[in-house]
Design a protein around this ligand. Sequence first.
Ligand code: SOE
Length: 388
Amino acid sequence: MKELRVGMIGYGFMGKAHSNAYRKVNNFFPGLKIRPVLAALCARNPQKAEEFAGTWCYESIESHWEKLVERDDIDLIDIGCPNHLHKDIAIAAAKAGKWVVCEKPLAMDSAEAEEMTKAVEDAGVPNMVWFNYRRVPAIALARQLVDEGRVGKPYHYRATYLQDWTIAEDVPQGGATLWRLDVDVAGSGVTGDLLAHSIDTAMWLNGPITRVVAETETFVTERVHQETGKVQAVGIDDACMFLARFANGAMGTFESTRYARGRKNYNTFELNGADGSVRFDLEDPQYLDFFEYMQQQSGKKVEDHLTGWRKVHVTNFEHPYMDRWWVPGCTIGYEHTFINALADFLEAAADGKSTQPDFRNAWQTQKVCDAVLASAKNGQWTDTGVEL
Ligand code: SOE
C-alpha cells in the first residue's frame, strides 16, 4: 500500500475533523490502495501546533506554510486554515506537485477560486474541496433517488441553513476562533460559510443555478476585534436570503442566518418534483423524508390511499456508505462524513483523478456566492455564470 504523507495546515475545528479522517479511513475502507500518514502539522502558533500535533500524533510541526510546501517528504497539502490563506497555499502546493485538498469555501471570491482551479489543473494534481455534507448518507441517498428518476421533473428547491451563535453583541470578531466574523479573513459571512454548503448540495442534487436575487443584513454593525482590541465595523453578512433559478427550470429559495435563536446547525433542503419530493434536516441526519406520488403495485404505478411521506432511516447496508460502518439501525455522525469524503478522494487519487467536488466544481459554488453578494448590493437579478 502506498503511503501518502499529509501536511495539514490548521488546528481548529476543521484541523480536527480532517485529522480524524486521516487516522480512521483505512480502518473503515480497508480496500483503499493509499494509507495517509500524519507527517506534519503547520500552524503559526508553535505552542498550539505542538499540542495539536501531540494529540493527533503528527510526526513533526512547521510554523510557516511555505516551508511545509517546500518539503520533499510531503505528498498532500490539506488547507484547513482561514479562507484568506487558501489561494496562495493552494497555488504554491500545486506548483510544487503536491495533491491538494481544501476546506470550504474554496476561496474569498470567484476570481481567487478560478486561479486556484487553473493551478491544480495545470499541475494535474488530484484535488478536492471538503464539502462534507455530500457524504451524509441521507443526502447521498437523495441524490440516488434523483438519479433514479423518482423525483421526476423538478419544480421547487428550498434550503435553509440556520445557526444562532453570533446573536450576542459582545461576541468579538477576528482571531483564532472568531475569524469567521472578520470579513478580511473570511471573505463574507453566512454566504461563504453556510450558504456555500447549501449551494453545493443544491447544485449537486438539482443542477446549475443560473441567476439569483438576494438581500443580506448585518444586525450587529460593530464588534471588538480580538487581535486589535478595538471596536471595528463588521463587514460580513450576518444573514442572507436569496431567490434562485436553476438551469432545469426549477425555482429555488435559500435562507441563512446566525441569528436564528435555538437553531444550532439547522441545514435543511426540500426538493419537489412532479413524481416525488425529498426532504432532509441535518439536525436529524439519519433520516431522509421521501414522498412518492405513485406507488408500485403489481408492476404498475398507481395513486393509492396509502400514498404519504416516508421517513427512511438511512442506516441499511444498501444505503450510501453504510456498508462501511455498523449494522443496520446503528447510526453514524458528523465526523464520518469527512471519513467518507476522504475515502472517495483516496480512491480516485490512486488512479491520478480528482473526486467531486473538485476545485473546478467548488469554483462554480463560489460564482453563485459572488452573484448573491453582488445582487444584495445592486438589488438586481444577477447571472451567476456557472458552467452548464
Ligand atoms: C460555522 O459555524 C460552521 O462551523 C461551518 O464553518 C462548517 O462548515 C459547518 O459544517 C458547521 O458550521
